[in-house]
Design a binder for this molecule. Structure first.
Ligand SMILES: [Mg+2]
Length: 95
């Protein structure tokens, strides 16, 4: 599959945020229930909204923080999707 440059760039940001928490949380999300992970998507979305509310595009630090909040939203959505993936039939093209 051809992965767009923008998606590759964003996946790197997602992995950086995941790696940042490896020492304290590791892969603990794999044991979490799908509803609490979905709640975290919502919480991270609210954090992103707050960051955008105080956002100044001439403040590189604020830009970076907002980008990593986007990664947080995506990471929790990824976790939810991977729990759902476990429920797919083994012959699904998405497995
Ligand atoms: Mg966050």
């Amino acid at each position: 599959m051809n992965v767009r440059e923008e998606v590759q760039w964003f996946v790197q940001r997602m992995e950086e945020k995941m790696a940042k928490h490896d020492a304290d949380r590791g892969d603990g999300w794999k044991e979490a229930d799908v509803f609490s992970l979905t709640d975290r998507v919502w919480e991270e979305l609210q954090e992103l909204r707050e960051k955008l509310g105080e956002y100044e595009d001439d403040d590189p630090k604020a830009v970076v923080m907002a980008i990593y909040e986007c990664a947080d939203v995506a990471n929790f959505a990824m976790m939810v999707a991977n729990h759902l993936r476990d429920d797919l039939p083994k012959d699904s093209e998405l497995v």
